[in-house]
Design a protein around this ligand. Structure first.
Ligand SMILES: Cc1cc2nc3c(=O)[nH]c(=O)nc-3n(C[C@H](O)[C@H](O)[C@H](O)COP(=O)(O)OP(=O)(O)OC[C@H]3O[C@@H](n4cnc5c(N)ncnc54)[C@H](O)[C@@H]3O)c2cc1C
Ligand SMILES: NC(=O)c1ccc[n+]([C@@H]2O[C@H](COP(=O)([O-])OP(=O)(O)OC[C@H]3O[C@@H](n4cnc5c(N)ncnc54)[C@H](OP(=O)(O)O)[C@@H]3O)[C@@H](O)[C@H]2O)c1
Length: 443
């Protein structure tokens, strides 16, 4: 089971895939012999979701556009919660900068860390993985890949496969009675690029999570006439400014009138479905596929990463994320050490017990704050097993909990706050333009 690897595949060169390659390069720098690595990336550049695209639907190769980001997106937690301990913001920016970075600045930070590491040598860009199978006879994975520029398919053999394809790219699109006759525009948050087009319009946003919250805020900022957020389970519950209102779930639509569960109705011009994403792995057969919703601990993964029925198949970053970048590192270092046989993978029974232990803890989570504690413990367990650069996880937990509080206090102003890095002690500076007034694109 813990076979010595001579060749590994990484699928995806987003933040997770980059962490994985870097983990190997750091081991190599200490004199360790690392396996041959091939990273397949279907986009023409690295950065994953952080590569903004004006396109929606399909790209020039007929592939679904990966990015779900929009023009004026800023990160939605303080940057100090995501800081790499081995590549601090001080190192990247050489001076204190605001806590809430623009999409462009955050992307530059993620990429700044790997630029010196010569990772591009591993990556085949414009190469989409079409099929991953396990060949019992050869005891290896067979990976079919399409070179998008030439259309040619090739088969590669690997000892380990690491899936780092993200899970916020394939929209979950529920149906609502009468929506097919709606006279306005309907789109999913995956295809949302800019709120300027909604100025003067009445917007209906369906969903009760981060996309619903932020697209409502963007639309408010860019002059939507009215914004209704329709939630399924519970309201987001912030102290919304006049013009944003929450109502229970949408029941049906007649022409351009939306009817909600509480009996209320509204005339709307645009519907934005902020109804989340699917974990979508069309290139993996059922026997190897992860089936999960966006949660803290997917059931089929030992240590939240190693596929239970075939632990040489590793899924990175499949959890709902509070920590993001440092979580990806913790997983990538652990996966590397499994592959380098520094960490022993126990037999099936022991793995099952371990998964059950984490699932039992997950079932006790009743709030986002408890979710933060859960993810911190999970990360710490992984980090304790490797030489992943340690950092003040408890300090970041405190920041994340304060962040939830900030949003409750002032949903329009939370992105103007400043924070102290638990890693460097550097205090961030206030943004030169308040978030609500920042309407031009960052350079
Ligand atoms: C709207 C939005 C805003 C967000 N904002 C924040 C934020 O403020 N802060 C934060 O920390 N996180 C944020 N996130 C979370 C985001 O998921 C992570 O920051 C991060 O991008 C996840 O990295 P990843 O490598 O797992 O996946 P991705 O970034 O999705 O990268 C996956 C890569 O796999 C490639 N790929 C997919 N399928 C194939 C295939 N078959 N063959 C080859 N390559 C393939 C893709 O092209 C892509 O490059 C946001 C997410 C969304 C949707
Ligand atoms: N940087 C930023 O500003 C920013 C902006 C947007 C998103 N993001 C990130 O993007 C990621 C994804 O966020 P997300 O909000 O798109 O997805 P999400 O957190 O998974 O939430 C999905 C939402 O869709 C709702 N939903 C699902 N099916 C529904 C249905 N049939 N009817 C009504 N509602 C339904 C869910 O409702 P229930 O609650 O009832 O399950 C939930 O509220 C997160 O990591 C987030 O941090 C960041």
């Amino acid at each position: 089971m813990d076979r010595k690897a001579s060749r590994i595949a990484i699928i995806g060169a987003g933040p997770c895939g980059l962490s994985q390659m870097l983990a190997f390069v750091k081991a190599e720098a200490t004199g360790v012999q690392i396996p041959e690595i091939v990273c397949f990336e279907k986009q023409e550049d690295w950065g994953g979701l952080w590569n903004f695209s004006w396109q929606t639907g399909i790209d020039k190769f007929g592939e679904s556009v990966h990015s779900s980001m929009y023009r004026h997106l800023w990160i939605n937690g303080p940057k100090e919660c995501y800081e790499f301990p081995d590549y601090t913001f001080d190192k990247h920016f050489s001076k204190p900068v605001p806590s809430y970075l623009t999409r462009e600045a955050f992307r530059e930070y993620i990429l700044g860390r790997v630029k010196e590491s010569n990772l591009r040598r591993f990556i085949l860009f414009n190469n989409a993985v079409r099929l991953v199978e396990f060949d019992q006879e050869k005891d290896q994975f067979k990976v079919r890949v399409e070179d998008l520029a030439s259309g040619k398919h090739r088969i590669y053999l690997f000892d380990y496969v690491i899936v780092a394809t993200g899970h916020f790219s394939t929209p979950h699109v529920p149906d609502f009675e009468g929506i097919e006759r709606f006279t306005g525009r309907v789109l999913h948050s995956h295809d949302f690029r800019d709120a300027e087009q909604f100025a003067g319009l009445n917007l209906l946003i369906v969903g009760g999570s981060y996309s619903a919250e932020d697209i409502a805020l963007q639309s408010y900022k860019f002059g939507a006439k009215s914004i209704i957020i329709s939630y399924r389970t519970k309201p987001i519950g912030f102290n919304w400014p006049k013009g944003i209102e929450e109502v229970p779930i949408l029941m049906h639509i007649e022409d351009n009138i939306a009817h909600f569960k509480d009996g209320s109705q509204r005339k709307v011009d645009v519907i934005v479905l902020c109804t989340g994403y699917q974990h979508h792995f069309p290139f993996i057969p059922d026997t190897l596929r992860l089936f999960t919703s966006n949660r803290q601990y997917p059931s089929q993964l030992y240590k939240g990463m190693l596929f239970q029925d075939q632990p040489r198949l590793i899924y990175l970053g499949m959890q709902n994320q509070f920590f993001s970048l440092t979580l990806f590192d913790a997983q990538a270092w652990y996966a590397r050490d499994v592959i380098l046989r520094r960490i022993r993978i126990p037999e099936l029974e022991e793995r099952t017990i371990d998964i059950a232990k984490w699932k039992a803890r997950e079932s006790l989570i009743t709030s986002p704050l408890e979710g933060v504690d859960f993810q911190a413990s999970y990360m710490e367990e992984l980090m304790d097993s490797t030489d992943c650069t340690p950092f003040n996880v408890k300090g970041v937990v405190a920041l994340l909990k304060g962040w939830e509080h900030d949003k409750k206090e002032d949903i329009l102003g939370y992105r103007d706050k400043t924070f102290t890095s638990p890693i460097t002690g550097t205090r961030s500076v206030a943004p030169s333009v308040l978030w609500i007034n920042a309407k031009s694109q960052a350079k």
